[in-house]
Design a protein around this ligand. Structure first.
Ligand SMILES: Cc1ncc(COP(=O)(O)O)c(C=O)c1O
Length: 396
C-alpha cells in the first residue's frame, strides 16, 4: 500500500482568511459566555432591509428555484448597467455585467481572466486579505507596495512607477479601502490611471464600499477616468456591504466585453449562476430606489457617528494614533509605539481584555490594528475603554 500523494501546491500554499479566523474566535468566546467586544467583523451589523427579503421570498415562492443564466438573470444585469449609467455616467451594455456568488468570487474571476502564470500583480498594502491568495491561485506573483499612514495608506504615482516591471500585468486597487478605510481622490486616481495606461496594465478596481463614504466625499468609478482606462478596468462591486447582504453571496463585475465574456465562461465551469432567487432580492435593491436609499442612509448615519466617536477616543489613548478614514466601516490605528508585534498585541488584547481586533500584518502592514465599527455603539464605547486600559498597562 502506498501513501496518498501530498495535496496540491494550491491547497498547500493557500492561507486561510485571518479576518474570518479572528471573527470566529471572538464568536466562539462569546458562545462560551465571555463578554467579548469584537471589532473584527467585516459585515454591517444591520439586517438586510425587509423589502429585499420580501422580493427574494416572492421569487422563491413563485418557483425561481432553477438554474439561471450563468452571468446573472437578465433584469438584474440590466439594472446593474442602469445604475452605473445613473451614478457615474458609465454606459455599459448588460452583457458587460457578470453577477457572481459574492464579490470575492468576482475579484477572483477578474484576476483569472487577465493574469497568466508568472505575471506580476501590484497590490498596495495594507490590502484586503484575499487579493494575494487569489493572485497566487492564478499562478501569478503578488508584488506588494507598502503605503503607510504617513501616505494616508494610499499608493503614490512614484511608488507605482517604481514597482512596475516588464512582467506587471495587473494593479489591484480598493477605494474605499478594506482595511484602512482610505479613499483616493479623483485626482489621485487619475494620476494612477495615466501610469496604468502608459504601461498597459489592467486594473481590478474593487469598489465594494463605494456607497459607504462620509464627509461629503464623492465615489469615483475608476473606469470612467478615460476611454483607455475603461478598456483596461475590471470593476468589482456588490450587494454585501451597501445593502447588508453578506450572506446572500452576490457580487458584480463589470468589464470590457471580451473580459466579461471570459469571466462568464470561467464562472460557467466553476460555480454556474449565483443563487437564482437571491438575485431577485438584489434586483429589488436596485429598482426600489426610495426604500434602498432610506435603508442605506440609516446605516450610514450610524456608521458615521461611530466612526467619529471611535476615531476621537483612539487618539486620546497615549501611544495610539489614528487617521480619520473617509470610507468603509474600518479605522486602522497605528500601535507601533508599544514595541509589540501587532499579532502579539491582538492576542494579548483578546486574552486580557476580551477585545477582538485584527492585526495590521494580516493585511500586509505590521504595526496597526483593523477596527471595524460595524458593531453597536455600546460595544464600541466599552471596547475602547478596555483598549485604553490595555495600552496603559503596556506602557507601565
Ligand atoms: C474589499 C472587499 N472586496 C470584496 C469583498 C467581498 O465581498 P463579498 O462578501 O460580496 O464576497 C469584501 C468583503 O469583505 C471586501 O472587503
Amino acid at each position: 500500500m502506498s501513501t496518498p500523494h501530498p495535496l496540491s501546491v494550491w491547497a498547500q500554499n493557500v492561507s486561510p482568511s485571518p479576518t474570518l479566523a479572528i471573527d470566529a474566535k471572538a464568536k466562539a468566546l462569546m458562545a462560551a459566555g465571555e463578554d467579548v467586544c469584537s471589532f473584527a467583523a467585516g459585515e454591517p451589523d444591520f439586517d438586510t432591509p425587509e423589502f429585499i427579503k420580501d422580493a427574494a421570498i416572492a421569487a422563491l415562492k413563485s418557483g425561481k428555484t432553477k438554474y439561471a443564466a450563468t452571468p446573472g438573470i437578465e433584469p438584474l444585469r440590466v439594472a446593474v448597467a442602469a445604475r452605473y449609467a445613473t451614478e457615474y455616467g458609465y454606459k455599459i451594455a448588460p452583457s458587460q455585467v457578470v453577477v457572481s456568488p459574492g464579490g470575492k468570487f468576482s475579484c477572483y474571476l477578474g484576476i483569472l481572466a487577465v493574469c497568466n502564470p508568472g505575471d506580476e500583480a501590484i497590490i498596495p498594502a495594507p490590502y484586503w486579505v484575499s487579493y494575494p491568495e487569489m493572485v497566487k491561485l492564478a499562478g501569478a506573483v503578488p508584488k506588494f507596495v507598502l503605503c503607510d499612514d504617513k501616505a494616508g495608506f494610499k499608493l503614490t504615482p512614484a511608488q507605482l512607477e517604481a514597482a512596475i516591471t516588464p512582467k506587471t500585468r495587473l494593479l489591484i486597487l480598493c477605494s474605499p479601502s478594506n482595511p484602512s478605510g482610505a479613499i483616493y481622490t479623483r485626482a489621485e486616481l487619475a494620476a494612477i490611471a495615466e501610469i496604468c495606461v502608459r504601461h498597459n496594465l489592467y486594473v481590478l478596481s474593487d469598489e465594494m464600499y463605494e456607497h459607504l463614504i462620509y464627509d461629503g466625499h464623492q465615489p469615483v468609478n475608476f473606469a470612467m477616468l478615460g476611454a483607455e482606462v475603461e478598456k483596461r478596468t475590471i470593476t468589482v462591486a456588490g450587494f454585501s456591504k451597501t445593502y447588508s447582504m453578506t450572506g446572500w453571496r452576490l457580487g458584480t463585475l463589470v468589464a470590457p466585453a471580451p473580459i466579461a465574456k471570459a469571466c462568464a465562461e470561467l464562472q460557467s465551469q466553476m460555480s454556474s449562476n449565483a443563487t437564482t432567487f437571491a438575485q431577485y432580492g438584489a434586483l429589488a435593491a436596485l429598482t426600489e430606489k426610495a426604500k434602498a436609499v432610506a435603508a442605506l442612509t440609516e446605516m450610514k448615519t450610524a456608521f458615521d457617528r461611530r466612526r467619529k466617536y471611535l476615531h476621537a477616543e483612539l487618539n486620546k489613548i497615549p501611544g495610539v494614533s489614528c487617521l480619520l478614514a473617509g470610507g468603509a466601516f474600518y479605522l486602522f490605528p497605528n500601535i507601533s509605539s508599544f514595541g509589540l508585534k501587532d499579532v502579539e498585541f491582538c492576542a494579548k488584547l483578546l486574552e486580557r481584555e476580551k477585545v477582538a481586533a485584527v492585526p495590521g500584518s494580516a493585511f500586509g502592514a505590521e504595526g496597526y490594528l483593523r477596527l471595524s465599527y460595524a458593531t453597536s455603539d455600546e460595544i464600541i464605547a466599552k471596547g475602547v475603554v478596555r483598549l485604553a486600559r490595555f495600552c496603559a498597562g503596556l506602557k507601565k
